[in-house]
Ligand binder design. Structure first.
Ligand SMILES: NC(=O)c1ccc[n+]([C@@H]2O[C@H](COP(=O)([O-])OP(=O)(O)OC[C@H]3O[C@@H](n4cnc5c(N)ncnc54)[C@H](O)[C@@H]3O)[C@@H](O)[C@H]2O)c1
Length: 413
């Protein structure tokens, strides 16, 4: 099959697509590919079975090894890119996935049949060319001959409604024009508008710019909220007023810190890479510092709230509302609530929590289970700390409790 034949089969939806890694990113992508007519191979050794409705889709098959690579014309890598304990990029998942693909290619040979490989995982500029390409070349594949390679970052924002996967434009950067064309054809077939970047590095950097932009602006509004508090000004009213400007301003909300596994993590990928170029990215570091300090400020706010009833943190029962990193999701990765719970417990508070989406959680080495939000639970508390307000949260109940309340999200207005 030539590159032109591969392109046609992608455009018609008759190509076989492999999705490597079936998590938050890979599973919805695999589902969209099935719905776009592709035969889809989900390759993920670490899960028993993928989520519904994907697992029962007739065009979908889950395999726990890389044997399915031999059947694929397109492979999309959606594996994790976390940080190591030393806050440097942990490329082990990408490396392992690429090793799996290369191993399958080397053992089956593919007979020169072309393969389009797309990396979707967030990573530093250079990853596609320096981490993904070499093992595939060592397996005998040749760019421009039987290997096409591109980077196309996933840009989904979990919990944000109104932006389905296919509605978010795709940035696509190929290692050469044919790779870009094929990846463009693939995402176009999925129903996405495609923005062509001139290289994978441009596409990789654009994803990091998006996330650094968020991290920096969240840090800015968090610092504003600290200053406003000191000056006795309501920061929420300030943001609301500024947001009426029809141009040149974008509204970000203050909060108890930064969570999820993208915004707190991705800027470090760029900072790490920048240092290899003898460049110190000061905005990124400062934003990280401010956002990471927020849970400590929350502790001060709880102490102040308890003060008003003559109590101190030590020995007080603090009911934390919401431990997910943001409203509407069950994800607790990097959630500032976990840090706050750890800090409160470290200061002698008796901490419990309620989160309708998170039944149990571990914070600072201690396991906690969610409590129902009842009169009894509220009666058991000296203070309420609202960290995350899911849409189903019964705000009236909190309002009516008469307890000192720290509302880090302005959910109660
Ligand atoms: N979750 C998001 O909202 C989001 C948004 C944009 C970008 N991203 C990026 O997308 C990438 C994937 O994130 P995610 O949230 O889907 O992660 P995830 O942890 O939800 O899922 C990753 C999946 O990959 C599997 N996996 C791990 N190693 C593998 C391997 N060697 N071979 C095959 N499968 C393997 C895991 O079992 C898991 O099912 C990351 O780089 C992340 O930064 C995530």
């Amino acid at each position: 099959m030539s590159n032109e034949v591969l392109k046609k089969s992608i455009e018609r939806g008759t190509a076989s697509v492999g999705v490597v890694g079936l998590g938050y990113v890979g599973a919805p992508l695999a589902e969209l590919a099935c719905m776009s007519g592709f035969q889809v191979e989900g390759i993920d050794p670490y899960i028993e079975s993928p989520p519904e409705p994907l697992s029962s889709h007739e065009r979908f098959r889950h395999t726990r090894d890389f044997e399915g690579v031999s059947r694929c014309d397109v492979l999309v890598l959606c594996v994790p890119t976390p940080l190591t304990a030393r806050e440097t990029p942990d490329m082990s998942y990408v490396e392992e996935a690429v090793r799996g693909v290369a191993g399958a290619v080397a053992s089956t040979g593919r007979g020169g049949r072309p393969l389009l490989v797309v990396l979707e995982s967030t990573s530093y500029p250079g990853t596609t060319r320096e981490v993904v390409l070499p093992p595939l070349e060592r397996a005998g594949m040749k760019p421009g001959n039987d290997l096409y390679l591109a980077y196309a970052p996933e840009r989904i924002d979990p919990g944000r409604s109104g932006h389905d996967l296919a509605e978010i434009p795709r940035v696509v950067g190929g290692i050469d024009a044919d790779s870009g064309d094929l990846a463009d054809a693939f995402y176009t077939r999925l129903g996405c508008a495609v923005h062509r970047a001139s290289s994978p590095e441009v596409a990789e950097m654009s994803k990091l710019l998006e996330n650094v932009f968020r991290a920096v602006n969240i840090a800015l509004v968090n610092e504003m909220s600290l200053l406003c508090r000191r000056m006795g000004i309501d920061v929420w009213q300030v943001v609301e007023a500024a947001a009426t400007k029809p141009f040149g301003f974008m509204s970000f909300k203050p909060g108890p810190g930064m969570g999820g596994h993208c915004i707190p993590v991705d800027p470090f990928y760029l900072a790490w890479r920048a240092k290899q170029y003898d460049f110190n990215p000061e905005f990124i570091e400062l934003a990280g510092k401010i956002n990471r300090r927020m849970p400590h400020h929350v502790l001060d706010w709880v102490a102040e709230a308890l003060d008003s009833t003559g109590k101190s943190i030590s020995g007080s029962r603090v009911l934390v509302i919401g431990v997910a990193y943001k409203e509407g999701v069950s994800d607790t990765r990097e959630s500032p609530a976990l840090k706050v719970i750890e800090l409160l417990a470290g200061r002698g508070a008796i901490v419990s929590y309620h989160d309708s989406l998170v039944p149990s959680v571990e914070a600072g080495g201690t396991a906690y289970s969610s409590r129902e939000l009842t009169e009894e639970t509220l009666g058991d508390a000296d203070c309420i700390l609202l960290m995350t307000a899911h849409p189903d949260l019964e705000l009236e109940m909190l309002r009516g409790s008469g307890l000192p309340l720290v509302d880090t999200r302005n959910a109660l207005g």
